[in-house]
Design a protein around this ligand. Structure first.
Ligand code: 26W
Length: 812
């Protein structure tokens, strides 16, 4: 009996009774409790085990099929994954939702009670982390052999509490009660070195021995990543740092020096202790570089181990392996693969470089100069001495190529060098990423264009073919099917079947229903029911939603100036026929980003002021639910009427919230920035509220000496709003925000104010015509199918990864 093929494995229950039996056996034998004394957590854990087994059975068949076909693999390296809560997703993907609801009812629980215990692993900050989660979901759904590699932070993104004082941060011990969805795999531990020195190898000019000063262990635990509507179940492997056995100092312990005895172990485990909560400014902390190398070293060793299970030599490594770098955070992987090939496997430098260059691809997610990571050479010297040597050699050979192409152009050499010389010697990770990869892509057409024209223009001039665009996407399963079941059912009814969930462009079939009054009524009724569920404000008010990380380039401050102006308009003319509006803000600010935290505090202050104002509060409400995360997004997005995508054009690489909101029938008010442009192009200019300067006008305004005060002086309402802020009526924080806007206004908030206000008036005009608004809402959903992450993965697969699906046979 060859168990490798999974033959002889007892079939998992597919009937209600069998599922019930499986659940009971997990309750009794895995939880060690009984039906009578089972707690909600017992029921949740037993259910999770039962559902997980269904996916694990598919995983076994997937692993066998993928192993047998020895395919080309996609490895996604990301410092962040915002996976979201797992239970509902795994119930949907295993098709056991109804069975589970029945089975837990018999135990005296409702599925929703258990879902409250299903905490989401907050292993990411925002867009980049959530995109990684959507992409691994679509990789499995498209049957592409893939593994996502990441870090299993003990503490995820902080829990946000909002008080009058603004944002406070609390640690997020997400796995406090354990995580039923993961499989620890201590057998696959990897050793990772840090610090130390290098020694030459006699007779070799390129090879060196690295003698690390510290060694920690990386232990993987994997989570299952099921595909939708297919058999494939891929995995993501998350590494956590463990101290090597030798680290506990028994002699110190027996000498009573307990803290010292464990300090080595603490130092080691600190590496995967906590996620860095910054999403746009690099702080240059040594521990962050340690985290990045830890992720990379463990993952590359695991990738090499998997390759050598099925392949000889190194010639086919780059044919069987493509590694996607999710921004610059895992870029150290390039010199690490060179070190493994040259130093440990004695591959010649030239061949090693050929393999390395052909193996990696790099996705850039930002345009903000302060978000492009550079590390001090002295920190590299200390932490990763061998890698610095390798980077120097890569840079020398690269600059030789530039010199050959642009002889005598020293300024170009200085601009393009991987090493920044002054004011301080730093390693430019984005330059290393471009030099060491086969393909570089931005995440929306405008972003990719600006990358070629600005931050990476020299590289685009040298290697034009290397630069691509792959517009982001979102998982339709989590962000429509699971988040908005009412709308999903209506769409399925309207289209005749639910094949749209796996083929989102089919939504286009809804266009004809936009003219059907009864369908429109049901559409709007669902939006209203979702608003009632959210209970954020009056369900008949225009629900105006701005949900994203706080950053001045995203311009939550512009939305706030609109709120202040509405407030003043209503107070000046209470009797007018105002459109009732609920403005919902949600999002976190990096703890050290004080300007963003000021805006959060100001919102909280103004929200309280409006709430307490009997004249204004009947027409205007500002709400700010705290601790925005994937689960909260799934609750807010189905209830949104208006989607705020108001970043300064040229600053938001893509945005993905904009896609989720449009897919759920929210109409966008936005600038020509990131993916807004592609959303508008697809849903139609009549179904999108556009305002503001475009990216080139904004850049020119700054070059031509933009004076925010100029706009303040010539716009009465703007002046009134700003004066309210400087008056101190909203406290010191209001004054600080006003000073920064009247002083430098980095993101041209005042320049776009009037155009934004006028656009909001267009919004209200349309809102007053429910048929028109609902038609716009339906057409936004109908024409947003392109923004499925399945399409995004298909683009990467065709143009960058060049991989083919490996079908997994159904259970016989
Ligand atoms: C060094 C600190 C740091 C950490 C994270 C710098 C930059 C980041 C991320 C790149 C920031 C991020 O999440 N970018 C967002 O990525 C999304 C997915 O592509 C895009 O949709 C957003 O526009 C972009 O801001």
């Amino acid at each position: 009996m060859d168990l490798r093929q999974g033959i002889g494995l007892r079939k998992l229950g597919k009937t209600a009774d069998e599922f019930q039996q499986d659940l009971l056996s997990n309750l009794y034998y895995r939880r060690g409790t009984t039906v009578e004394s089972a707690s909600a957590r017992d029921a949740y854990e037993a259910l999770a085990q039962t559902v997980r087994d269904h996916l694990a059975e598919r995983r076994a068949r997937t692993a066998a099929a993928q192993f047998a076909s020895n395919p080309r693999w996609v490895y996604y390296l990301s410092a962040e994954y915002l996976l979201g809560a797992q239970l509902e997703q795994n119930l949907l993907y295993s098709g056991t939702g109804d069975l589970a609801a029945e089975a837990v009812k018999a135990l005296g629980f409702g599925l929703e009670d258990l879902e409250d215990l299903d905490v989401e692993p907050g292993l990411g900050n925002g867009g980049l982390g959530r995109l990684a989660a959507c992409l691994v979901d679509s990789l499995a759904t498209r049957d592409i052999p893939a593994v996502g590699y990441g870090i299993r932070y003990d503490l995820g993104i902080f829990r946000q509490v909002i008080t009058e004082e603004g944002q406070a941060e609390l640690p997020d011990d997400w796995a406090f009660h354990g995580n039923p969805w993961e499989f620890p795999a201590p057998d696959d531990r990897q050793a990772v070195g840090f610090y130390g020195h290098t020694e030459p190898i006699p007779g070799s000019t390129t090879r060196k021995v690295w003698v690390p000063g510290e060694v920690v262990l990386g232990e993987p635990s994997h989570m299952l990543v099921p595909g939708f509507g297919t058999e494939t179940v891929n995995i993501i492997r998350l590494w956590s740092a463990k101290a090597s056995e030798a680290s506990f100092d028994l002699s110190r312990f027996s000498a009573g020096q307990y803290a010292e005895a464990v300090q080595e172990a603490v130092r080691a485990e600190n590496i995967s202790k906590v996620l860095y909560p910054d999403d746009s400014t690099e702080l240059g902390r040594e521990l962050r570089l340690k985290q990045q190398y830890f992720l990379v070293s463990c993952s590359l060793r695991d990738i090499v181990r998997r390759f050598r299970l099925r392949n000889e030599g190194w010639d086919t490594f780059a044919d069987k392996t493509v590694i996607q770098l999710n921004d610059t955070h895992p870029t150290i992987a390039i010199p690490e693969l060179m070190r493994l090939l040259v130093d440990e496997y004695e591959v010649e430098w030239e061949q090693a470089w050929e393999i390395t260059r052909r193996t990696f691809a790099y996705t850039c997610h930002t345009l903000l100069p302060e978000a492009l990571e550079t590390w001090p050479v002295r920190m590299f010297e200390k932490l990763l001495p061998r890698h610095l040597e390798i980077i120097y050699l890569i840079n020398m050979l690269f600059l030789r190529e530039v010199e050959a192409r642009f002889p005598g152009d020293h300024d170009r050499l200085r601009r393009m060098s991987i090493i920044q010389e002054d004011p301080e010697r730093r390693v430019r990770m984005a330059h290393l990423a471009v030099v060491g990869t086969e393909a570089v892509n931005g995440v929306a057409e405008l972003h990719s264009k600006l990358l070629r024209e600005t931050v990476l223009d020299d590289f685009a001039a040298l290697w034009p073919a290397k630069f691509q665009n792959v517009t982001n996407g979102v998982s339709p399963r989590r962000f429509i099917k699971i988040a908005n079941p009412r709308l999903s059912d209506l769409i399925t009814e309207g289209l005749g079947d639910d094949s749209w969930v796996g083929d989102l462009e089919r939504l286009a079939g809804l266009e004809r229903l936009a003219d059907d009054a009864s369908f429109r009524e049901r559409w709007q009724a669902i939006k209203r029911a979702n608003k009632v569920d959210l209970a954020a404000g009056d369900p008949d008010s225009l629900t105006d939603v701005m949900i994203k990380r706080f950053h001045e380039y995203k311009r939550q401050q512009l939305k706030l100036l609109h709120v202040i102006t509405l407030y003043q308009r209503i107070r000046q003319n209470p009797a007018a026929d105002w459109v009732p509006r609920t403005v919902l803000f949600a999002g976190k600010a990096a703890p050290a980003y004080h300007a963003a935290k000021d805006i959060i505090r100001l919102i909280a202050t103004i929200a309280a002021r409006i709430e307490a104002d009997p004249v204004v509060s009947p027409y205007l409400k500002v709400v700010f639910p705290s601790n925005y995360n994937v689960t909260l997004a799934e609750r807010i997005i189905p209830a949104a009427d208006l989607s705020e995508q108001i970043s300064l054009a040229g600053k938001e690489a893509s945005g993905t919230g904009n896609m989720k909101l449009a897919l759920n029938g929210a109409v966008t008010i936005g600038t020509l920035d990131g993916a807004n442009i592609e959303i508008r192009a697809r849903v139609g200019e009549d179904n999108f509220f556009l305002f503001g300067l475009d990216a080139y006008e904004a850049a020119r305004a700054r070059i031509n000496g933009y004076q925010p005060r100029h706009f303040y002086e010539r716009d009465e309402e703007l002046r009134a709003a700003m004066d309210t802020l400087t008056s101190g009526v909203f406290g010191e924080v209001g004054r600080r925000v006003a000073d920064s806007l009247l002083g430098w206004d980095e993101y041209l908030t005042l320049a776009d104010f009037r155009s934004y206000l006028e656009c909001q008036e267009q919004v209200e005009k349309s809102w007053r015509d429910p048929a028109r608004w609902t038609r716009m809402s339906i057409l936004n959903t109908a024409h947003s199918g392109f923004f499925s992450s399945d399409r995004t993965v298909a683009d990467y697969a065709a143009r960058i990864w060049r991989v083919a699906p490996v079908p997994v046979p159904r259970e016989d």
